[in-house]
Design a protein around this ligand. Structure first.
Ligand code: ATP
Ligand code: MN
Length: 154
């Protein structure tokens, strides 16, 4: 039923909670697991020059230590937790508008299920859904499992 699962992560605690559920599903269905970190170029534009933002768009943010470290931390955690369960996790990095990149990735790589947190790094938990998750739900026909931060544990 689920052959390919996508776990978008921003490195937040809620995203990490979603990882546990995603991996359990992946184990049950023997699914391929992909994790994706998106550097938000709109946010980056505020603090970085246009030349750097262009580099991010081209996926060359590996040259920028801090961005790379944050991205690798986030996806590396998913990969590590996958390994502990004997699952191989493919790590992906992209630059752009997070919801758009996530929805396009799910489409282009034919993901059967996207598992993400209800909230992320920047949100207010009083609001039911973070804007990235809300926009992903509005931009894809793929199945999306939203793990609520209040329900999740571990
Ligand atoms: P907001 O961003 O609207 O202030 P928030 O940070 O609480 O609120 P979202 O950004 O929507 O909420 O995060 C919800 C989920 O979306 C995260 O748990 C994660 O799964 C995913 N996500 C958010 N940002 C990214 C990103 N840059 N790259 C990959 N996944 C992301
Ligand atoms: Mn966010």
């Amino acid at each position: 039923m689920y052959e390919r699962i996508l776990i978008p992560t921003d490195g937040s605690d809620t995203a990490a909670q979603a990882v546990g559920e995603a991996l359990e599903i992946a184990e049950k269905f023997d699914a391929e697991v992909h994790t994706l970190y998106v550097v938000d170029t709109d946010a980056a534009e505020l603090s970085l020059g246009t030349e750097q933002v262009e580099r991010i768009r081209q996926g060359r943010f590996g040259e920028m230590d801090e961005l790379e470290a944050r991205a690798r931390d986030a996806t590396g955690d998913v990969a590590e937790r996958g390994r502990e369960r004997g699952l191989e996790v493919e790590e992906h990095f992209r630059g752009g508008r997070p919801h758009k990149v996530i929805a396009d990735f799910a489409e282009d790589r034919d993901m059967d299920l996207v598992v993400m947190g209800s909230h992320g790094r920047s949100g207010v938990s009083r609001i039911l859904l973070g804007s990235v998750t809300e926009r992903v739900l509005r931009s894809t026909h793929r199945s999306v499992l939203v793990v609520d931060e209040r329900e999740a544990e571990s």
